[in-house]
Design a protein around this ligand. Structure first.
Ligand SMILES: [Zn+2]
Length: 350
């Protein structure tokens, strides 16, 4: 008899649900935003299910992209737009986002740019553009099944990332350098290289979102009252101006919470290597949110079959799963693609 279970989509979705629940319980009436009316019902479904567990969240529609095409990390500088210098910078970044949007729209041709985000860092007088999502292949420790879908997703993600990099590079005249707009230097020197690795059989992959790339590159020396991080949603194929849930967790841990958070996809999300000083506090919070979520479920005696499967996975997996393994399992769970509303609504029945 084999007792060693492999991480399945169902089990992975249960873990994601437990973490969103714990996160929501930790933040008073945290707000999640959808950008299409057709998603409203799914969000309200999550809201009702969480309420039954004593956790209040608010849901609502996000701002129109045509009005504000950015996700911004709210720090001392941009919070309530209290700082005059930050206000000027933000308005310049906004203008630049519109210019970049046009360039990407032109550069994409017949391709679809779904999920194309570019990260950035704004300081006084300079704006650095980072991204698009960088990818890295790895072998899963917990997920060893259902790998046939990963290859296709990797190839699609690689195509989008490279097309975005191409569109931006061509905006900069095909060079690494800077353009000056309204006295602000916009630089592409921190843009990542194109993704070249071919998919390796049996592998999973990590996707480093623009926001996380920007934060891990520029957090040292980050001035909370003068600088801010942002992400631009590129082209009409990418309409969400809200942060994905995994990005929101990372941003919140580092006191840089997003202007808006959605419960859509955060597929294959991960944190680049070499940023342990930022990853460690994030791991600590994920473990706390996980324990908080589990506690709430146990208190309400609301274990569903899916959550029982998660527990069985924890109990039988070898080597033994401990709290310290939870962040790593969470990251592997994100390789099972799908929206968070779907994950939550599948896990918490009724
Ligand atoms: Zn994200």
């Amino acid at each position: 008899m084999t007792t060693n279970m492999s991480l399945s989509k169902e089990i992975a979705d249960a873990l994601c649900t437990i973490i969103v629940l714990g996160y929501s319980a930790d933040i008073n009436r945290v707000r999640f935003e959808y950008n299409q009316d057709e998603d409203k019902a799914e969000y309200e479904n999550v809201q009702t299910k969480f309420k039954k567990l004593g956790v209040e969240i608010t849901v609502g529609k996000s701002e129109e992209k045509s009005h504000f095409p950015l996700i911004v990390g709210e720090t001392g500088s941009v919070e309530m737009f209290g700082n005059e210098q930050a206000k000027v910078e933000l308005s310049e970044v906004h203008k630049f986002a519109n210019i970049l949007e046009k360039a990407a729209e032109k550069g994409k041709g017949t391709q679809k740019f779904s999920g194309a985000y570019v990260g950035g860092f704004a300081a006084i007088g300079t704006v650095d553009i980072i991204g698009a999502s960088d990818l890295s292949l790895y072998e899963g420790k917990y997920r060893t099944q259902d790998l046939d879908k990963v290859q296709k997703s990797y190839q699609q993600a690689k195509k989008v990332s490279n097309a975005v990099i191409e569109a931006i590079t061509s905006y900069f005249g095909g060079k690494v350098g800077a353009v000056k707009i309204n006295g602000i230097q916009i630089r592409n020197s921190y843009m990542n290289e194109k993704v070249t690795a071919d998919y390796k059989r049996g592998h999973l992959f990590k996707s480093y979102h623009g926001m996380i790339k920007a934060m891990t590159t520029f957090m040292t020396g980050f001035n909370r009252t003068q600088n801010f991080f942002f992400e631009i949603a590129l082209t009409s194929d990418t309409s969400k101006v809200s942060s994905c849930f995994p990005c929101a967790t990372f941003m919140r841990v580092h006191k840089n919470p997003p202007t808006s958070t959605h419960l859509g996809r955060g597929d294959n999300w991960s944190i680049p290597d070499g940023a342990d000083y930022l990853k460690k506090p994030w791991e600590k919070s994920i473990i706390e949110w996980y324990n908080k979520g589990m506690k709430i479920i146990n208190q309400h005696d609301s274990k569903t079959e899916v959550i029982e499967k998660w527990q069985e996975f924890v109990d039988t997996f070898q080597p033994k799963i401990e709290d310290k393994n939870i962040p790593e399992i969470f990251l592997e769970s994100l390789t099972f693609e799908g929206s968070f509303t779907e994950k939550i609504n599948m896990t918490l029945k009724k």
